[in-house]
Design a protein around this ligand. Structure first.
Ligand SMILES: [Fe+2]
Length: 227
């Protein structure tokens, strides 16, 4: 009979379950960098944030977990955050590099770089991008759910230097007090360096212990940061 399909006892395959964001945080290098590999556990797509210092260790994470490395995302382009880009590209030539256009004049790789967008996709996951200049003009943070990669904008009980050639302490105050401190207290930060008592913390906790967040005014913040 035309159009007839025999009944089958087979069940439909279960809908793919989004197992969510996986964060691998590695402490690497002479400046205590904290470097993250982010992955969508469902699709196995992964990105490396700020590859530097020990690229084989970062690529081992990709290999051990069967990840498909699709990109490099840069929080900013200071040397201690980008010196591993070339080594990653040598192993994964098709990986795309994403960075803020405000950062690219200090980052001149021999590889095409795309401008970071307001939202970045990793597999089925969407990350909101926050522009947080101050430590560097192109500083950005990446947030998915309660998890936020903050680069050198914020450390546990600290924040990035603002005495560098392209730093702007007023912009840093706006980024920390006007952007990060307005996020939910449950937001978990993943900073670019291991300069605090822990490698991550919540914004809520940091409001109580981070002297740069405790600064009661712009003037107090500038005095605390610049001395
Ligand atoms: Fe930096």
């Amino acid at each position: 009979m035309a159009g007839f399909s025999p009944l089958t006892t087979r069940h439909s395959p279960p809908a793919p379950r989004n197992m969510g964001l996986k964060i691998h945080q590695l402490a690497l290098g002479a400046y205590d960098n904290l470097i993250c590999v982010l992955a969508d556990d469902a699709t196995k797509e992964a990105v490396i944030i700020d590859p530097a210092w020990d690229v084989p260790a970062l690529l081992q994470i990709i290999e051990d977990n069967g990840y498909d490395l699709i990109g490099i995302w840069l929080t900013h382009a200071h040397g201690d955050h980008v010196e591993g880009v070339e080594a990653v590209i040598e192993e994964y030539p098709t990986v795309e590099i994403w960075a803020s256009p405000n950062t690219l004049d200090s980052f001149n790789p021999n590889y095409p770089t795309s401008d970071i967008e307001d939202e970045m996709e990793l597999g089925d996951l969407t990350f909101e991008v926050f522009h947080t200049p101050g430590h560097s003009p192109g500083g950005v943070c990446f947030k998915h759910g309660d998890h936020m990669i903050v680069g050198d904008t914020l450390f546990v009980d600290g924040c990035g230097r603002c005495d560098l050639p392209q730093s702007d302490v007023n912009a840093m105050y706006d980024s920390i007090h006007g952007v990060l401190m307005k996020l939910p207290d449950s937001t978990i930060i993943y900073p670019g360096h291991n300069y605090g008592p822990t490698t991550t913390d919540t914004i809520g906790n940091q409001k109580k212990t981070n002297r740069f967040m405790l600064a009661a005014s712009r003037e107090a913040f500038i005095k605390e940061r610049m001395g």
